[in-house]
Design a protein around this ligand. Sequence first.
Ligand code: SF4
Length: 231
Amino acid sequence: MTMDIEKLDEELESKEPQEILKRAIELFDRIAISFSGAEDVVLIDMASKIKEGMEVFTLDTGRLHPETYDFIDIVRDRYPVKLKVYFPDYSEVESLVDKKGLFSFYADGHEECCGIRKVEPLERALKDLDCWVTGQRKDSNVTRKDLPVVQRDPAHEGKVKFNPLANWSLKQVWDYIHRENVPYNKLHERGFVSIGCAPCTRAITPGEHERAGRWWWEDATKRECGIHLRK
Ligand code: SF4
């Protein structure tokens, strides 16, 4: 589909997430929401009020918290969506663990493990899509401060990526969750803000940036799992 994405981004930049999401759903048939098992559940709530049967995918790395597994099925039961769970290639996981053990990311950095457990499954999740929707926000990471609300996906050629929450703050997300009675991951009640894999996520203290809870042993500019990075 030939589409002027920069123009579309300009048009949608100041719109509310629901309007951005509605436009994405109108424009693309082969579209899905990426769900991390955290506060990006608001996108599923919003989309369900626009269209039933929306496709949603999540990546089960095999290292998620029990609370996140519980939450994924709570969402599956609550919303009229088609929720698909993608798993990593078991032979790649076995090979990594054989060579380096179960916690190689603490010594070698997270890229190799994330590459196997997240990036490759995401490639399969996106294969038949033209467009995906993420819960990324500008204020959630120093690497995201210039995030557009819609973009040609820098990491996946030919795909369009909508980031309807780009201009929302974390507070706005949580105001929505409480106002609309949206279910949430119970880890949030224990100080977890940004939620990923159990060995790579920790609770933060008040005043710490939300991304301080992810890959805290690495430089702040490298705290992305690779699924949003240019190849
Ligand atoms: Fe592996 Fe940690 Fe990345 Fe999860 S977040 S895939 S455990 S390195």
